[in-house]
Design a binder for this molecule. Structure first.
Ligand code: OKP
Ligand code: ZN
Length: 344
């Protein structure tokens, strides 16, 4: 399977994140990609190519122009205010009852464009998030040109980023930008299946009122885990998009492959009915039993079967890498999905 990867993605390398009332080492580390690359090479999964460089135009099809412009200069502005700091985080947000006017000052603006504290901006963030989108767009282009399937080894991930908000380690929504690019280049319908442990609330909100993109997601019940405020079963789309959003929340601690597979069949049935021109898979590997921040118990061989199930749709497919934080097994688990898909 063709993989698209860029070393530039390592430039986003925050040292710390807030977790459990403390500052801890940043989980979404550049090392994650090394573990995946090593496993791809060890298993001879196929060519690994660098992405083409795209302009911000395809990003602007999904994200608001002022959000894109903010991200481009956020580090510089922060650095002028806090020359000693190695990362930028907001501390204050336009919550209920407050005005949504974009503040001049960088900390206020950061809060305006952030849902939470888990997407710190550092010096290399802009280059890395551009490279991450480039990987998704290049892989999409290859699939459009006839490659049956491609894997975009993206990082930082994207599925929590919405039109004008960063959240959950995400800045630009790589899967959403790729899906929109496929539509802009002539596809009529694209399905996005999100198998990350966390609900892809950014992707959901981007396409919530659209019927040319079906969004289906299997994830931790938002009553029990991040992103806490979106991802419930009764969110089914609005307006033209009514019926084109499918959430399958699953309970923590009791979801193994048997339970997961039942929900997967529901999602695959809906996708099959939708008859998309392309399938984009938001491939999070944090459903794994030993993931440090997650509570499902999917095992390595189950990921092979997941790949099989996805291939059964017989649809040109783009895998876009999302979460997964158990480094030792991350490579084998990712390769398991891709090989399960290819060997169907
Ligand atoms: C990003 B991706 C919960 C802490 C959650 C943020 C998680 C972001 C996940 N106790 N921290 O979907 O893998
Ligand atoms: Zn996740």
């Amino acid at each position: 399977m063709l993989t698209i990867y860029s070393e530039q993605q390592k430039l986003h390398n925050p040292a710390r994140e807030f977790l459990g009332g403390d500052l801890v080492p940043y989980l979404e580390s550049p090392k994650r990609m090394d573990y995946v690359l090593e496993a791809l090479q060890r298993n001879n999964t196929g060519r690994i190519e660098r992405p083409e460089g795209f302009s911000t135009e395809p990003i602007a099809r999904v994200h608001r122009p002022d959000y894109i412009a903010f991200l481009e200069t956020a580090w510089e502005r922060w650095h002028q205010t806090y020359p000693e700091a190695d990362q930028a985080s907001p501390y204050c947000f336009p919550h209920r009852g407050l005005r949504h006017v974009i503040p001049e000052q960088i900390e206020g603006a950061l809060g305006y464009y952030s849902m939470d504290l888990t997407a710190p901006v550092v010096e290399g963030t802009w280059k890395a998030i551009r490279a991450s989108v480039d990987c998704a767009l290049t892989a999409a282009k290859r699939v459009r040109e006839g490659e049956p399937v491609a894997f975009a080894l993206c990082r930082p991930p994207g599925h929590h980023a919405s039109v004008d908000l960063m959240a959950g380690y995400c800045f630009f929504n790589n899967a959403a930008v790729a899906a929109q690019a496929l539509l802009d280049k002539g596809a009529d319908k694209v399905a996005i299946l999100d198998v990350d442990y966390h609900h892809g609330h950014g992707t959901q909100s981007i396409f919530y009122s659209r019927n040319d993109v079906l969004f289906a997601s299997l994830h931790a019940d938002p009553r029990q885990d991040y992103p806490h405020y979106l991802g419930h079963e009764d969110e089914t789309g609005e307006g033209d998009g009514q019926g084109f959003n499918l959430n399958l929340p699953l309970a923590l601690h009791v979801t193994g492959w048997a339970e997961y597979r039942r929900a997967l069949e529901v999602a695959l049935g809906r996708i099959d009915e939708f008859q998309p021109d392309y399938l984009v898979v938001s491939l999070g590997m944090d459903t794994y039993e030993r993931d440090p921040i997650s509570f499902f118990s999917i095992k390595t061989p189950d990921f092979v079967e997941l790949g099989h199930c996805l291939a059964a749709l017989k649809t040109p497919t783009l895998f876009v890498f999302e979460g997964g934080y158990e480094l030792e097994a991350l490579g084998n688990n990712t390769v398991s999905v891709l090989e399960g898909f290819s060997s169907f």
